[in-house]
Design a protein around this ligand. Sequence first.
Ligand code: ZN
Length: 292
Amino acid sequence: MEELDYAGVLAAGFGVASWKQLRTAGMTRTDLRHVLASGALRCIRRGWYATALANTDVVAAVAGGGVLSCLSALRLHKVWVPGASTPVHIRARASAHRGVHRAFCEQYGRPESEITSVDELTVALRHALRCLDPEGIVVVCDSILNQGLLELSDLVTVFRPAPARIRALLDKCDGTAQSGTESMTRFRLRARGVELRSQVDIAGVGIVDFVIGTSLIVEVDGYETHSSKEQFEKDRERDRKAVELGYIVIRLTYHQVVHEWESAESSILDVIRRRGHLKPLVDRKELVSDDT
Ligand SMILES: [Zn+2]
C-alpha cells in the first residue's frame, strides 16, 4: 500500500521526488536504503531521488540545483509553447544562485519554495511571463484557456504581480484559438491594425479560423506534421464551398506561420489593400436555385 504512495509521488514528479515528499508518502529510511541498493531509485542531488525512467529534463533541472519550471514545465503540462524545447527552463531558491553561472528563471514577486520536481501550472506560468515575449505570453495563455487548464480569473491572479504592460496582454487572449499558430496569426494581424473575427460559423462551409472584413477567410494549420488525407480532402472541399459563396480563402501551413510569416502576412495585406476583403458575397438562395 505504502509503495503505491511513493509510486504516485514519483509519477506526479515525472520520476523525480524529494526525500521530504517520499517520507510524507510513508517511506522510511530503511525503505530508502533498500530502493537505492536495488537501483530502483538513485540520488541525483542531496535530498532528491529519481527512477531509472525519470524524465531527462526533470532530472537535469533537479541535478542542476533547482526544479523544472517556466516553459519546460508548461510543455509537460501539455500547454502549446512556441519555440524550441531547449534549453531546459529551471528555477532555484535564492541560495542556489550563489556562485552558479547558469541562468535560472525568475518570476515577478517573491521567489517560491521548492515543493515538487516540476512546478505546477500557475507557478510555471508566472515564471514564463518573464521568459516569453508578449506574443508568446498570449499564445501560451490561449492554449491554457482553450484546454480548460485554467479559467481567465485564474490567469488574472497569476498575472497580478506582473507590470501593467504584461497584465494588459490578458485582453489580447482568446480561448477559442485551436492552436498556437492560430494565436500567432491573430496577434500579428491585430498588431498591424487588421480587424478580424475568430472561429466564425459560415452557413454551408462550417467554422473557419478567421474572417477579415466580409469576404476574406484565413485558415491556419495547427500542426507541424501533415494532416490526414481525409482532413486534406475535407479542407479543400470547404475552401471550394467558400469560394462559391464569394469568399477569398488564404490557407496557411504551420511552416508558413512559424518560419515564413513575412510572406504570409504580405499576401493577406495585399488582399486587404485591393479591398478584396470587402467583396459582396453571393446570396446563398441564388446558389440553391441555380442547383435546382
Ligand atoms: Zn524560463
